[in-house]
Design a protein around this ligand. Structure first.
Ligand code: PRP
Length: 210
């Protein structure tokens, strides 16, 4: 017998929201809720196996087909791209990519090349390329808000949810870049080979999201 459909969930908030969604569909997710340090959890009545992973790894596992499906933010999808199908906008994990700078800094003034700090260099690059604007992009790993405060960058491209982090650090949104929410992604081969099982699950999810 083949293994259950394997779904990779982004650890943390998206994991909680996805478990909430599966439970609202009537599936018992006790194994995920009481996971301890385990990383692969069975959800037998959904014929699913849940794998918990970091966002970038969700995409890697789905792309390589070791997980059939995944739940990951559009932010990670936009940054990593990759070969898989993006099937459903799950509606939770809503936030946005935005360009932000020091309050009152008049970001677009002047002719010099702007320096942008970001955890998402591909997203930032393509945003400014579409504008025909030359930029220096600097990759930062965490708390990118520090870069303009320390004088490293003119602006940042980052995730904004409530706006509190920007506000508390004297920054403001200059322009929205793209909306973000959690997406259900599927491996291209799995979608062909296990079409019936995947369609059954995605139909149930779509019904629930209506
Ligand atoms: C994100 C983002 C901002 C913050 C925005 O970081 O990089 O720093 O959330 O949220 P807000 O608009 O509600 O203040 P996150 O907390 O995900 O941590 P990270 O730096 O580890 O990515």
């Amino acid at each position: 017998m083949s293994r259950p459909i394997r779904i990779a969930l982004t650890k943390g908030r998206l994991e909680k929201d996805t478990v909430g969604l599966l439970e609202s569909m009537g599936f018992d997710c006790t194994s995920v809720r009481e996971k301890g340090r385990k990383l692969i959890l069975p959800v037998p009545d959904a014929e699913l196996e849940v794998v918990l992973a970091k966002a970038n790894d969700v995409i890697t596992y789905v792309e390589h087909g070791v997980c059939d499906m995944g739940v990951v933010g559009k932010d990670t999808i936009m940054e990593m791209k990759g070969k898989f199908f993006e099937l459903i906008d799950l509606g939770f994990g809503r936030c946005r990519f935005a360009l932000a700078a020091k309050k009152g800094s008049d970001f677009y003034s002047g002719y010099g090349i702007k320096t942008i700090a970001t955890k998402y260099p591909n997203v930032a690059r393509s945003f400014f390329e579409k504008k025909g604007m030359d930029t220096d992009i600097i990759k930062i790993e965490g708390s990118v808000e520090l870069a303009p405060i320390l004088g490293l960058a003119d602006g940042i491209v980052d995730i904004v949810e409530t706006g509190t982090t920007l506000k508390e650090n004297g920054l403001e949104v200059i322009e929205d870049v793209a909306p973000i929410s959690a997406r259900l992604i599927v491996n291209t081969v799995s979608l062909k080979m296990r079409q019936a099982e995947i369609e059954k699950l995605t139909k149930l999810i779509e019904e629930k999201l209506k």
